[in-house]
Design a protein around this ligand. Structure first.
Ligand code: NAG
Ligand code: NAG
Ligand code: NAG
Ligand code: NAG
Ligand code: NAG
Ligand code: NAG
Ligand code: NAG
Ligand code: NAG
Ligand code: NAG
Ligand code: NAG
Ligand code: NAG
Length: 791
């Protein structure tokens, strides 16, 4: 074998291939004008000189698609497909490289399509299927007009790269190359990340990454000819993901990195050894366990096991949407109407536990309580689809649930609410002592037998009834004491006070002194008798009409936020449609007053401290509190100052709790133009990065002590603050921004750079609030910001 020289081997290879190919193929490298292919003709494809790659029609189902594939494989390996989501064409179609220089797909009489679909391509002079697997269209002087390497689908080959901002999208399956369920994005921040399609591509959706965030612009994923898969460019030298053990210098091997249909990125080696034909080796997998791929199972189903088949299972009480396509997820065919109509919803359901469960959705409520109380609180709450009990905390979730997974490494137990058709009749009605117990399948039947026996043994029944009555009374009393009239699942631990409307009327002297007007309604000053404490009462006027339960759930979430830079909610009032919130009173007004209305600019040091305060408050909302919250309306009017001039953020949590697929909220905010991130205007999901944008604008306002849009300025280019700041920064004239104050120039430059990074058009480029704080404090280097959104 080793004695055979390279050209001989190649010749042998080509020879054997040409014999094997079913159709007579043209091996000439250059494809001239006037050539054509058709599935029904002698020429169905153009081969590369080595005979390893073909470009042309391949069969899919009853029809044909145009693509590039590796030939001489036991299993067809398609590298690239043109217009992959178009329907296959019939065998009557043809692909012509026309005399006037176009590559035209003629589907049927009169219907033609340009390949590639470019708006105004220059005329093609020739084309070639290269040995690298790249199909190229040439113009005059062999200039490249178009090449398939620039538009990868799910695969890159040796010598190909995936540029910053580009992505690979998995195929539906190996036999269907249309767009599938996962994508791998070469992000502009230098991280290569896998996400399910249709997710908002936030960090919570990511299931794999190269772990190279913030490594600079223009990082590329590159697969070298010798089979090294690495990230290069930007600030990275070479971040190696995989190193093939089998270098392919002599072209008897082809390396291929594919985002497979199951969402796992893998490196393959195709070997072409003498007359043996070829084989495929899997050289590297980004993940070994299919269950680590988020979205591998659809809504309301979970992934279990390590195997490759049937990993998706429905949660208790759910059924597969299509039992032959289990990954599509599951549904529940009972509606919540029964729950909402029933006075005692808990009686309708039983609870089924599932051990070692985990998922990464956001709960709408997190409260510390015992396991039994946790299940009980879910049974009584019609919003609750399931709870995850973490050992001391009860986290309640709405349906549908995503990204569920069972693993021995998870110690949480999930409890699911399952409608109990079987128990509805025999169970003694309105007996709260029975219903809220944790029921497994076996316990259920036990209770069924028990309840039937109960009917006949009347004496026992009598004692039992008395016992339950007293137990019920005791529980009722406990709940009443807790919160007025309803059992909300709130525990004593949360010290929220429930006010009556008349009490607040009295406290505010019939809503006499209006402090201000926010997006949700007016705020009034008041005093409560206990301790003669000053309060601010917000009367909600424009909130979305929602049930008492939802409102209380949100209050619970807000009440659980404790941070120095967030305003404290003391209590609330809900009486019919009247909804009021009671906050601590902030004696020094808002940041807007301080920056824009005060006679004197606050001193530089104070402004730096306030900026950090605000950033810390937002970081807490985004990352540190139990229920992550997007504020959606950061502006100086919503930042208040207490008597020690500590900045505190208000109005948070009202927008909507961060529920991933609802984060584009309907919350009727009238967030002020100027602070709104550009994505609000587009029809895309809004993320925490929208707050980062607003913070950036506020930061620049703090630096310059002026509003983001100001008409009364010396020159027109100062009207828009962000434009002016960017221009000053680029011109090295930052001192213009702060007049002749005594400022720390280093801190000023840091604040301006952070501000400019925060207001980038692309949310992915904006730093996280954690990075913002590190950068403001000077512990993290700040690269030169690119031009922000210029209005
Ligand atoms: C191709 O490379 C393999 C492994 O590096 C080697 O064994 C083989 O002899 C080479 N073939 C030729 C024709 O050089
Ligand atoms: C192969 O292609 C060349 C150039 O396009 C053409 O001249 C030649 O006739 C073709 N050979 C066959 C067998 O079709
Ligand atoms: C295919 O080639 C054969 C011989 O080269 C020829 O007789 C036949 O007509 C061709 N068929 C088509 C559809 O061009
Ligand atoms: C191909 O064209 C012929 C003649 O025009 C027609 O009879 C036949 O139905 C077409 N086949 C397909 C699959 O469209
Ligand atoms: C990446 O690919 C493009 C197009 O194929 C090529 O122009 C560029 O040089 C490649 N970059 C690297 C670093 O290989
Ligand atoms: C993604 O969303 C589109 C439109 O809503 C839908 O047609 C498609 O099936 C979804 N894809 C997946 C994989 O869920
Ligand atoms: C890849 O692995 C080979 C041996 O397995 C080693 O010689 C080579 O240096 C490695 N390449 C890189 C870039 O690490
Ligand atoms: C060819 O195949 C045989 C049996 O499948 C195997 O033993 C042999 O090593 C192969 N030769 C090469 C060069 O791969
Ligand atoms: C389920 O999927 C199979 C396979 O794709 C399909 O044939 C069938 O029609 C689907 N059933 C339903 C109810 O959608
Ligand atoms: C729910 O669906 C399952 C399976 O599709 C069926 O067996 C059951 O009867 C349905 N239940 C109701 C209440 O429709
Ligand atoms: C559990 O964790 C260990 C160590 O991190 C890992 O090796 C193992 O694969 C994990 N098991 C599952 C089912 O994920």
């Amino acid at each position: 074998m080793t004695s055979i020289s390279k050209p001989v081997l190649l010749l042998l290879l080509v020879f054997s291939l040409s014999i094997d190919s079913s159709a007579q193929q043209n091996h000439s490298n250059v494809i001239n004008l006037g050539s054509s292919l058709s599935p029904s003709a002698n020429h169905t494809s153009w081969l590369s000189p080595s005979g390893l790659f073909a470009f042309g029609f391949y069969q899919q189902g009853d029809g044909f698609l145009i693509g590039i594939w590796l030939i001489h494989q036991t299993e067809k390996t398609i590298i690239w497909t043109a217009n992959r989501d178009d329907p296959p064409v019939s065998s009557n179609a043809s692909l012509d490289l026309t005399r006037d220089g176009k590559l035209l797909l003629k589907i049927e009489q009169g219907v033609e399509k340009l390949i590639p679909q470019m708006p105004d391509p220059s005329p093609v002079v020739s084309a070639a299927m290269l040995d690298s697997g790249n199909f190229v269209l040439y113009g005059n002087d062999f200039s490249v007009i178009w090449e398939s390497f620039d538009f990868p689908t799910d695969t890159i080959l040796g010598g190909q790269n995936l540029s910053s901002g580009y992505k690979l999208v998995s195929s539906v399956s190996t036999s269907d190359q249309s767009s599938g369920r996962f994508f791998l994005q070469m992000q502009k921040d230098g991280n290569l990340v896998g996400y399910p399609v249709n997710s908002s591509a936030e960090s919570d959706d990511a299931y794999w990454s190269s772990n190279t965030p913030n490594s600079g612009l223009n990082v590329q994923l590159i697969l070298s000819h010798i089979g090294i898969l690495f990230l290069g460019g930007g600030d990275l030298r070479e971040h190696i993901l995989a190193n093939s053990s089998y270098p392919s210098k002599n072209r008897t091997a082809i390396h291929r990195a594919t985002l497979d249909a199951d969402g796992i990125f893998r490196l393959y080696l195709h070997r072409f050894e003498s007359s043996n034909g070829s084989d495929v080796l899997r050289e590297w997998s980004a993940l070994s366990n299919l269950c680590e791929v988020k979205g591998i199972c659809g809504f309301n189903s979970y992934c279990s096991g390590m195997g490759n088949k049937d990993v998706c299972k429905c949660y208790p009480g759910f059924h597969f949407i299509n039992a032959s396509k289990k990954f599509l997820g599951c549904y529940k065919n009972s509606s919540d109407d029964d729950c909402r109509r029933s006075k005692h919803p808990s009686i309708l359901y039983s609870i089924v536990p599932l051990e070692n469960m985990g998922w990464s959705d956001y709960p709408y409520s997190v409260v510390q309580m015992e396991k039994e109380d946790c299940c009980k609180s879910c049974l009584e709450d019609c919003n609750c689809g399931a709870v995850l009990y973490t050992g001391d905390e009860c986290t309640k979730f709405k349906l549908p649930l995503r990204y569920g997974r069972v693993s021995e490494n998870f110690s949480y137990t999930a409890f699911f609410k399952v409608i109990r058709d079987d128990l509805r009749i025999p169970l003694p009605d309105h007996n709260p002592s029975l219903a809220p117990t944790v029921l497994t399948e076996s316990k259920r039947s036990l209770i069924l037998i028990l309840s039937i026996s109960l009917g006949s043994i009347s004496g026992f029944c009598f004692i039992f009834a008395i016992y339950s009555f007293f137990r019920y009374r005791r529980q009722l009393f406990r709940y009443r004491r807790l919160l007025g009239n309803a059992n909300l699942g709130l525990t004593e631990e949360i010290t929220l006070r429930l006010f009556s409307y008349s009490e607040l009327e009295k406290a505010t002297d019939d809503f006499k002194e209006e402090l201000g007007r926010g997006s949700f309604g007016a705020v009034y000053k008041g005093t409560i008798s206990e301790g003669n404490k000053a309060i601010a009462v917000k009367r909600l006027e424009k909130v979305v009409e929602e049930g008492q339960r939802e409102f209380r759930a949100e209050m619970t979430a807000i009440a659980r936020t404790h941070h120095r830079n967030l305003i404290r909610l003391l209590g609330f009032c809900i009486e019919g449609s009247r909804k009021l919130l009671v906050y601590e009173f902030m004696s020094n007004g808002s940041l807007a007053d301080l920056l824009f209305k005060a006679e004197m600019r606050p001193i530089w040091k104070e402004r730096v401290r306030i900026a950090l305060d605000v950033a810390k408050g937002i970081l807490y909302l985004h990352e540190e509190c139990e229920v992550h919250i997007i504020h959606c309306n950061i502006k100086p009017q919503n930042i208040l100052l207490d008597d020690t001039w500590t900045a505190k953020i208000s109005d948070f949590g009202l927008a909507k709790l961060l529920v991933p697929n609802q984060s584009r909220t309907t919350m009727g905010i009238e967030a002020k133009v100027g602070y709104l991130a550009p994505e609000w205007q587009k029809n895309v999901l809004v993320s925490v990065k929208a707050d980062t944008y607003s913070f950036g604008i506020v930061l620049l306002e703090i630096v310059c002590c002026r509003s983001s849009i100001e008409i009364n300025v010396p020159t027109a280019d100062e009207i828009i603050l962000s434009t002016w700041v960017y221009n000053c920064y680029m011109a090295g004239e930052l001192d213009k921004l702060v007049e002749d104050e005594n400022v720390d120039i280093m801190a000023l430059e840091r604040m301006v750079k952070v501000g400019l990074w925060c207001i980038q058009e692309d949310p992915a480029l904006r730093p996280s609030m954690k990075s913002v704080i590190l950068m403001l404090e000077g512990t993290m280097n700040i690269p030169v910001p690119p031009s922000p959104v210029l209005i």
